[in-house]
Write a protein that binds this ligand. Structure first.
Ligand SMILES: NC(=O)c1ccc[n+]([C@@H]2O[C@H](COP(=O)([O-])OP(=O)(O)OC[C@H]3O[C@@H](n4cnc5c(N)ncnc54)[C@H](O)[C@@H]3O)[C@@H](O)[C@H]2O)c1
Length: 289
């Protein structure tokens, strides 16, 4: 069963490779139009041309955009709305694997080394970049009518199981993905009555070019990889007429589940948390309750 209606438009960041690329292919296969946005402009253009040639008509355009650069992302969304008039789905998907933020821990040589500024590339791409995409999604949806399925638009963020589980080797990746998960849950509450849904797809390790092939070898041997098709199926569950909102659809090997929000001590915290929203809205002049 197709998840989307014919002619619906998807904007996908990081769509020249891996999960985003497979997602674009799935959506075009269902009669959709796609914007292939990627830092690698050549690969994005090549992939859009390939999709168009296969379809025999224009089903894809490409955008060269670094998601960490606001101007790039703004230009990408403007290019997309000029070409396709409307964007039904935005997939904030571009991301990288952990890029070490500090030199390896070594007390023996530490005193001889200068204190260094951390490399925050992982957080910049996986958190800030996705937030730029999200901000453009919401502002685009706000400016378009409610579609036949009852929505102005849907935002889907690619998170990870490391949005909930700590990782001693990937602190910035885990921090970014946890940030995306709680951003998703918070934004979903805000947009719930505005005909906009916000969800996240959170896979464990999937065999893609995100890391050198050698990294995947022991996972293949131990059958610890997650199936790409199962990941695509989870994206499908939040599209079209689906009313799912604020959910983290998770995948690990052959297991799929909706990861619950943390409710520990919420009963005690609830009244203060609710009142904070009311008072903050007053300060910001937002008319939302
Ligand atoms: N592969 C996995 O195991 C896995 C697991 C969980 C989550 N994810 C997440 O899925 C998403 C996609 O990963 P993938 O596995 O398909 O990786 P991938 O490397 O195959 O594809 C990522 C794409 O994003 C692009 N990209 C990177 N930085 C960018 C930037 N600053 N601006 C624009 N484009 C940029 C790359 O050029 C590439 O085409 C990421 O957010 C990743 O964290 C991946």
């Amino acid at each position: 069963m197709p998840a989307i209606s014919r002619g619906e438009v998807s904007y996908i960041t990081g769509a020249a490779s891996g999960i985003g690329r497979a997602l674009a292919s799935m959506l075009v296969g269902q009669g959709g139009l796609v914007v292939i946005a990627d830092l690698n402009g050549e690969a994005a253009a090549g992939y859009a041309a390939e999709l168009n040639e296969k379809a025999g008509t224009v089903v894809a355009i490409s955008v060269k955009a670094d998601t960490t650069v606001w101007e790039d992302q703004l230009a990408g969304f403007q290019q997309a709305t000029t070409a396709f008039k409307r964007i039904d789905y935005v997939f904030a998907n571009a991301g990288i694997a952990e890029h070490p933020w500090l030199p390896p821990f070594n007390p023996e040589t530490a005193a001889e080394r200068p204190l260094v500024k951390p490399d925050l590339a992982t957080a910049s791409i996986n958190l800030t970049g996705q937030l730029y995409t999200a901000s453009l999604a919401f502002q685009t949806f706000e400016r378009q009518d409610i579609g036949p399925e009852g929505f102005r638009g849907k935002l889907i963020l690619t998170a990870s199981v490391f949005g909930y589980f700590p990782s001693r080797a990937m602190p910035l990746y885990a921090a970014s993905k946890a940030g995306i998960i709680n951003f998703m849950r918070s934004a979903a509450q805000y947009y719930a009555d505005k005909h906009i849904t916000v969800n996240a797809i959170s896979p464990n390790l999937v065999d893609t070019p995100i890391a050198p092939d050698v990294l995947f070898v022991p996972f293949r041997e131990r059958k610890l990889l997650s199936d790409l098709q199962l990941v695509l199926d989870q994206f499908g569950k939040v599209l079209g007429e689906s009313t799912l909102n604020g959910q983290a659809l998770s995948i690990s090997q052959e297991n799929v589940w909706v990861h619950p929000a943390d409710t520990y001590m919420l009963e005690k915290n609830g009244p203060a948390c609710d009142l904070i929203s009311v008072e903050i809205f007053k300060l910001f002049g937002d008319r939302t309750n």
